[in-house]
Design a protein around this ligand. Sequence first.
Ligand code: NJP
Length: 245
Amino acid sequence: NGKVALVTGASSGIGAATALKLAAAGAKVGLAARRLDRLNKLVDQIKTAGGEAIAIQMDVVDRGSVEAGVNKLVETYGGLDIVFNNAGLMPISDVETLKVDEWHRMVDVNVKGLMNSTAATLPQLIKRGSGHFVNTSSIAGRKVFPGLAVYCATKHAVSAFTEALRLEVGKKHNIRVTSIQPGAVDTELFNHITDKGYRDQMEGLREQMSFLSSDNIADTVLFALQAPAHVDVAELFVLPTDQPW
Ligand code: NJP
């Protein structure tokens, strides 16, 4: 459809699947993450299929990196319409194990990173007079779970920030804002859990329930983006049918 989209966390999982579907739907996509080799492969895949995309090496924690990446995308395609704020990580541990470095990392990426990419892109959408933010929150942005104290705190922050943004820019700037809140999705998110007990627990979960695929979530993101202009799908809460919590 000729729209220009930025996807953060595009090198794997939900972000990669959504970038591919956006490009297939005719968007010009900036794929942003730190692992440039992964991004380059996805861009090749998109181009081979006849789509348009560029790879943008970006660390969402670094404001300069985010601003440079957004500038590159805007210079390449002449503007920006869609922002999928999706980069995130989820090391799980009990509070009493005091993995403070991991807590800080989650706050930096999941919360401050999303704020950095919002700050760098919002002026572009305001300039366009329309646009759409889709922010990846989580079921952990609606409920709390043991082991996920800090992750839940970051995703509650994302949910709150996203809803306030919608209230501020919806009517005033004609910008739609969607919070996507997935349940369990089969991605690399679980690979970074350093706590052995929780890593084993997460592996065990796969036998107890069916995880969603990244494509399942990408489809719902496209659903929100492709809704008629006067329809803002404000929240998408998407779970495996057999997820017990
Ligand atoms: O996980 P994964 P998902 N700067 O690990 C990127 C949420 N979620 O697709 O930089 C820039 O495959 C990283 O790229 P790289 C979750 O909280 C998931 O599941 O190259 N990018 C990679 O592309 C997260 O917000 C589930 O390492 C950074 C991407 O983030 C979103 O879904 C359930 C970065 C992570 O991809 C996507 O995660 C739920 C940085 N500093 C919510 N740090 C689930 N999977 O079950 C990381 O409710 N990235």
